[in-house]
Design a protein. Sequence first.
Length: 283
Amino acid sequence: MEVNGYKIEPGARLADANLADANLADANLKGANLKGANLKGANLYRADLSGAKLSEARWNPTGMSQKYADLTGANLYHADLSDADLWRVNLSDANLRNANLTGAKVYYADLRNADLTGANLTGAWFFHADLWNADLWNADLWNADLAGANLERANLERANLSGANLSGANLERANLERANLKGANLKGANLKGANLSGANLEGADLRSANLKLTHTTDEFKVIARLEGANLKGANLKGANLYQADLSDANLELANLELANLELANLSGANLEGTTMPDGTKHD
């Protein structure tokens, strides 16, 4: 298969290739070298990019050489990007619906406004990636590393984040409704104004997490919503839960030592065996 004069095949050498708007649907580019390639608006529907290299950083006699592929607005619907190297790659506005990114290295990548609904992201590395306003509805992020990632305004409704590392992540005003965060690491995460209603946070670590009210004007108030959330055994030591809605939440055996519960709504919450902010156990 040849496109724009480039040979499209497994292991193809396509560094710096200009494939903008190219039709690469169903292409087999497994293990290909696409470092610095221009793939803006390219159609990669169901393409096999597993193990492909799309970025590079190395020292040479003149200093550091860096090459990052540009996939802005590319169509990667159902594409296979498992174990691909996407470090610092531009995937903003890309269509990654139902794509396979298991084990992919996506750290520091630009995924702003990307559509990742239903994508398989298990074990992927999103360390410090920018996922602002990204759509991750029903995505599988089991055991993924999202430490320091920007997920502000991201839609994570019904996403599977069990065992995920979200330490230091920015989840301000993110939608986590009915998300599975069982055993997730949310230590130091920014959850101001996040919607966690109906989310499963059983055994999650929310030490020093910030769920504070984001806006204080009477006209526009955004409060962290945790109503009905399962926080059984969750570690919320030192968490800022100012004005948080914890109505009907399950806080059984949770640790709320030193947490700020000022003006928080705990009506109907299960506090059996919960460690309260003053260190006492609730009956």
